[in-house]
Design a protein around this ligand. Sequence first.
Ligand SMILES: [Zn+2]
Length: 407
Amino acid sequence: MRSLDLLKFENENGIIGRKADNKRKIIRHLCRYKKSLTIPEISTLIDLSIPICTALIRNLVKDDYLIKQAKNTSENGRRPFAYSFNKNGFYVVGVEILSKFIQLSVFNIGLDNIHTSIDRSFTLSNDKECLSYITSFIENSLIDSNINKKDIIGIGVGMQEVIKDSNGELSYFFPDEAISLKTHLESKLNLTIIIDNDTRTIGVAEQALGIAKGVDNSLVVKVSRTLGLSIIADRHIIKGSYGVAGNFSHTQFEKGNRLCECGKIGCLGTEIGGNALLDDLKFALEDGKDSIYFNKKNISNYKYHDILEAVLKGDELSLKLIHDQGYKLGKALGNVINLIDPELVLIGGEYGMVKDYFIDAVKSGIKITGLINTVKHCEVKASVLGRYLGAKSGACMLLKACDMIDF
Ligand SMILES: [Zn+2]
């Protein structure tokens, strides 16, 4: 029997409820622990008597949550047993939903990838057809993974532009209806779902697996096609009252002249990121700038990755465009650093491809607007987690919500 809801934290009443609470505590401790523990060690850790702990652990082994292993024979000749979480017996699923991309990955609890499904021809839109596509994409990807649903702890979804819906859930679809995307997916898939903004989800991955681990205050900046920011204060990821905190892309530190999708002119997101980079290239070519990789006639065929790749080949025009964006981003970040006073600014996303050229420009920009004493103790680093992090971030978010991963 496996019926433990590992996302549950409030104490349950009655003997059965208390048993379930204590089982969850044992699982969480053992999952976060890197080594196996004996029953006396576990009973001390979670403050339970040895007989109660023994009975609970016997149950958890029977249900495959824990693995029992014999330790070396002790001095008195007895052969004690130690217990660890069955990391290969359970799975967690991460989904990334971007404007033109959807990915699902299944991981074991050690976050080793078991299966991935990707659709690069996907387009996100706020209508029922898209919702139905997302639901069947997840259903079919889980079937393709050959993993039994009863072994899946839950699904963490990182997606663009989520806001709180009428149920208070962070959601994208049904903004005016009394049903959230979370509720819809849970009823269709019969699995626990949590949803958050894609950039904040990456912030969780940086906290759990990256350089932001153990750092109290940090800013995680994602620069890909668009610009995103995750604010971590006292190790909490700031969501805001409506779920849209960290909307860095629509701030205006240095008024530009491009029309933003939000209807305003000069938002930072029109100046930084892949979409802006294509506009920068178009402007430079029309202005008569030269490049052996780009010309005015083919401008509509280029993708922003072409410019990032030209940077790596030493194209002077592309280098200048990347440098200018990094410098502008740095000047904007200097202001945020003055407000939040973080120890760390972490730059991730697709611009990680050109980090050796981009990060130095960001640092130069920060020096212009950041207060000297505040900037002095704030490190600026590139993420080391690499590209294609989105689905893994969703899995991290779910494990964090279950308190099964350290951050
Ligand atoms: Zn805007």
